[in-house]
Design a protein around this ligand. Structure first.
Ligand code: PMV
Length: 326
């Protein structure tokens, strides 16, 4: 009863920001992402009769405390879904620079959902996997698919219609995503807490929700037409709006550092000089710069001129979950 699955991280072009149900990870709004080729998690799960608790090994190290509890809590959900009793050994390898502040929860929970259900021989659709992964980390719902995906917020209270679907496969439209590392430290306000505080206290949150449908349809339309300028314009605007909601929270908070702003300004300056590049930022100081493959070297070289840039990881659209034979 062992299976191994690999899932890649994704970067949101239209952000998931705010939950309507914290327990079930039901979002306030739809979101749209690109799955990335370069960062992924490979997870093996084996259910064994001889265990009295779940075991979680991450990058070769056995984890305890909160980390293990999170995995065990997720496996409880899988056990309920697949109607199985018995504990498992979860062995995960992260090809994600987590120490550099890049999130691994999306690839982590997508890989765990896939490997654990496969280990139990439980037949499940991609939508079912997306629903499962969502309950580990919201953004994981999108990592089931390669290329471009949309997570539909759904309307059911039980979350049965809150899952992602693919918009375009990874080989349909190549774009370059430069993950620009300016800060290796852990983020101060985790996304869960950041979302909660913003939903509960920020007067700007209503504005975020009000303008979301426009951003979503512009992004969807741009992806279908493969119109890069349209996509870039809306993704940058959407990221700034998400961050603006945090300025209005009580107490207010800010994920950016001075270096974040330096990168943003270089991207805008590149555009003034005719190079189409756009930025997006998640719940931390690092920036993802998106451009067309023909411009990736120019963009990278210009960004590397900034002293605050510690490293740049170049990514392209990557695949959805797949199973490995071990
Ligand atoms: O699902 P989480 O906890 O990784 O939250 C993701 C939140 C953002 O990265 C800011 C936006 C997103 O849609 O990925």
């Amino acid at each position: 009863m062992k299976a191994t699955a690999r899932a890649h991280t994704n970067i949101a072009l239209i952000k998931y920001w705010g939950k309507r149900d914290e327990q079930l990870f039901l979002p306030m709004n739809n979101s749209i992402s690109i799955t990335l080729d370069r960062f992924y998690t490979t997870t093996s799960v084996s259910f064994r009769e001889d265990l009295s608790a779940d075991v979680f090994v991450l990058d070769g190290k056995e984890m305890g405390g909160h980390e293990r509890e999170k995995i065990s809590g997720f496996l409880n959900l899988v056990r309920r879904t697949a109607n199985h009793q018995g504990y498992a050994v979860v062995d995960s390898l992260n090809e994600v620079p987590t120490a550099a502040g890049f999130a691994s929860s999306a690839s982590g929970f997508a890989a765990l959902a896939a490997a654990s259900t496969r280990a139990l021989n439980f037949t499940i659709s991609n939508e079912g996997l997306s629903i499962l992964a969502r309950q580990g980390s919201g953004s994981a719902s999108r990592s089931i698919y390669g290329g471009y995906a949309e997570w539909h917020k759904g309307t059911c209270q039980d979350g049965s219609d809150s899952f992602a679907t693919q918009i375009l496969p990874e080989n349909a439209w190549d774009l370059s995503v430069l993950s620009v590392m300016v800060e290796a430290r852990q983020k101060k306000v985790l996304s869960r807490e950041g979302m909660r505080r913003t939903v509960e206290t920020s007067p700007f949150y209503a504005g975020w929700l009000d303008s979301l449908e426009i951003d979503l349809s512009a992004a969807r339309d741009a992806i279908h037409k493969q119109d890069f300028e349209q996509l870039g314009t809306v993704l940058e605007r959407n990221a700034l709006k998400m961050h603006a909601t945090t300025f209005g929270a009580n107490p207010p908070f800010l994920y950016w550092t001075g270096a974040t702003i330096d990168v943003m300004q270089v991207v805008q300056e590149l555009r003034e000089n005719g190079v189409l590049a756009y930025f997006t930022i998640d719940a931390g100081p690092n920036v993802k710069v998106i451009c067309q493959p023909a411009d990736e070297q120019v963009v990278k070289d210009r960004l590397l001129e900034l002293e605050c840039v510690q490293d740049i990881f170049l990514c392209h659209p990557g695949p959805g979950i797949h199973y490995l034979t071990t």
